[in-house]
Design a protein around this ligand. Structure first.
Ligand SMILES: [Zn+2]
Length: 68
């Protein structure tokens, strides 16, 4: 459906784990980002030390004061 033509293989995480000198290759819950496929442990936000942007309710909003 939404996969590029010729790409029939299941995507896996392409993050390079320098300490282990290997790619992650996790195929669990992999999503496509600008930099490629990443598992939840290696998303751009995660690697940058930021919380993952979450759609929908339940995510704490950064609010230090009430604008009222
Ligand atoms: Zn990974």
């Amino acid at each position: 459906m939404n996969s590029p033509s010729g790409d029939t293989a299941a995507p896996d995480c392409g993050h390079w784990i320098g300490d282990e000198r290997r790619h992650c290759r996790s195929g669990t819950d992999v999503h496509r980002y600008v930099i490629g496929y990443r598992c939840p442990e290696h998303t751009p936000a995660r690697l940058a030390g930021r919380p993952e942007p979450q759609p929908g309710p339940g995510w704490p909003v950064h609010r230090t004061e009430d604008p009222s």
